[in-house]
Design a protein around this ligand. Structure first.
Ligand code: PLP
Length: 387
C-alpha cells in the first residue's frame, strides 16, 4: 500500500484545490492573451481578471477598484508599508508594528529604519501572543504615519484585535495596514468592519498557487509603487497580469468563503482532537496557542526537546510539521514569536506548529498523536537536556 504523507503544515503552504487548477487551465492554453491587448483574445483575458477583481471585492466588502494583484504576500506587505511610508514621509517618519509579525513585515520596517531614516516601534504582546493595546496607544506619536499589525499569527494562530486597532488608527489619522495572510479563508475579511486601510493576502495559504497575492488598498491612499514599468494595476504594480493565477486566487477565495462554515467545523474538530490527544497523552507540554486563535493552528513546546528533533522524527513517520515559521525552519534561531510571548529560550527552541486543512482526516490525527507520543518519549530518554 502506498503511504500518504500526512501534511500538517498548512500555514507554510497548501495543496492547490483541484477545482482551482481546473479553473486556471483555460487561461494558460485558451484565453492566453495579454489583458492589455486590444483584440478579442486580450480583451477576454481583461474581462476575466476584472470579473475576478469584483468577486474578490465582494468577499472583502470593498470596491473592485480597491483590489490590486501582486506576486505574493511579501510583495503586498512591502508595497503597503514602503509605499505609504515613502509617499507620506513629509507627514512623519514613525512606523508602528508588532514584535510577532512575519519577516515580510518586520524586515521591511527594519529596512526602512536602517536605510531610509524612518523610526519604528514594536508593540509588545501578552503571554497569549496578543498585542497589548495600551502599549500600542502609548507608542503613537505625532509623527506616526502607519501602523501594521497582522490579523492572525502564522506560528501560534493568535487572532489580533484588528477592529480595535483600526479604530485607534482612524481616530489619530494614521494609516492602518494588516497582514491578513494567515486569516484568509478562516476569518471575516470585511475591510469596513475591520477598519483597515490596506490588507495583504497570499494565494498559497488558501489552496491557490504560490506566487500570487492581493493588496486591498482603500481608494484615496496613494502608495509609491515598488516597481516602475507599464500602467498595469493603475500604475501601482506594473507587470503583465498573471491571468491564470489571478483566476486561481479568485476561485480559491470564493471556495474558502462559500464553504467556510463546513470547513471551520471539520477542521476545528480535528484541532480539538489533536489538542486533547497531546495534552492527555504527553507530559511536559506548554501550549503556545491561545483560546482566541484561528481554527486550524496549534503550537506546543515540548519541554527539554529541540523542535527540530521532533520535526525530523515525525518526518520519518511521514508526518510534516514545522518549528516556528516555515521561513525560518532550517535555521536554529529561536522563534521570535514565542520569545515575544515571554517564554524562556529553551521553550522557544522546542516549539512545534501543527496547521491543518480541509484535506486532513481523523485517521491522520490519530496516527499523528500516536507517533508524536512515541517520538517524544524516545527523544526524552536519550536527551541530554533536563526538563
Ligand atoms: N505574512 C504571513 C503572516 C505569512 O505567514 C507569510 C508566509 O508564510 C507571508 C506574509 C508571506 O507570504 P508569501 O509567501 O506569499 O510571500
Amino acid at each position: 500500500m502506498e503511504k500518504k504523507f500526512i501534511y500538517l503544515d498548512n500555514n507554510a503552504t497548501t495543496k492547490v484545490d483541484d477545482i482551482v487548477v481546473k479553473e486556471m487551465q483555460k487561461y494558460f492554453t485558451e484565453v492566453y492573451g495579454n489583458p492589455s491587448s486590444l483584440y478579442d483574445l486580450g480583451q477576454e483575458a481583461r474581462e476575466a481578471i476584472e470579473n475576478a477583481r469584483q468577486r474578490i471585492a465582494k468577499i472583502l466588502n470593498c470596491d473592485a477598484s480597491e483590489i490590486y494583484f501582486t506576486g505574493s504576500g511579501t510583495e503586498s506587505d512591502n508595497l503597503a508599508i514602503k509605499g505609504v511610508a515613502r509617499r507620506y514621509q513629509n507627514k512623519g517618519k514613525h512606523i508602528i508594528t508588532s514584535a510577532i509579525e512575519h519577516h515580510a513585515v518586520l524586515n521591511t520596517v527594519e529596512y526602512l529604519g536602517k536605510k531610509e531614516g524612518f523610526e519604528y516601534s514594536l508593540v509588545k504582546v501578552n503571554n497569549d501572543g496578543i498585542v497589548d493595546l495600551d502599549h500600542l496607544k502609548s507608542l503613537i506619536r505625532d509623527d506616526t504615519i502607519i501602523i501594521s499589525i497582522m490579523y492572525a499569527n502564522n506560528e501560534t494562530g493568535a487572532i489580533q484585535p484588528i477592529e480595535e486597532i483600526g479604530k485607534i488608527a482612524k481616530e489619530k489619522g494614521i494609516y492602518f495596514h494588516t497582514d491578513a495572510v494567515q486569516a484568509a479563508g478562516k476569518l471575516s475579511l470585511d475591510v469596513k468592519k475591520l477598519n483597515v486601510d490596506m490588507m495583504s493576502l497570499s494565494g498559497h495559504k488558501f489552496h491557490a498557487p504560490k506566487g500570487v497575492g492581493i493588496l486591498y488598498k482603500r481608494n484615496g491612499i496613494n502608495p509609491i509603487p515598488l516597481f516602475h514599468g507599464g500602467h498595469h494595476e493603475k500604475n501601482l504594480r506594473p507587470s503583465t497580469e498573471n491571468v491564470p493565477y489571478i483566476m486561481g486566487i479568485a476561485k480559491a477565495l470564493e471556495i474558502a468563503y462559500d464553504e467556510l462554515e463546513e470547513h471551520k467545523e471539520k477542521i476545528y474538530k480535528l484541532k480539538m482532537m489533536l489538542k486533547e490527544g497531546i495534552e492527555k497523552n504527553i507530559e511536559g507540554v506548554i501550549s503556545n496557542t491561545p483560546e482566541n486563535s484561528v481554527f486550524n493552528t496549534l503550537n506546543y513546546s515540548f519541554k527539554g526537546i529541540e523542535g527540530e528533533s521532533i520535526l525530523f522524527s515525525l518526518n520519518d513517520f511521514g508526518i510534516g510539521v514545522s518549528t516556528g515559521s516555515a521561513c525560518t525552519s532550517g535555521s536554529l534561531e529561536p522563534s521570535h514569536v514565542i520569545m515575544a510571548m515571554g517564554r524562556d529560550h529553551a521553550i522557544c527552541h522546542s516549539s512545534i506548529r501543527f496547521s491543518l486543512s480541509k484535506y486532513n482526516t481523523e485517521d491522520e490525527i490519530k496516527y499523528t498523536i500516536e507517533k508524536l507520543k512515541e517520538v517524544i518519549e524516545r527523544i526524552r530518554k536519550i536527551s541530554p537536556y533536563k526538563q
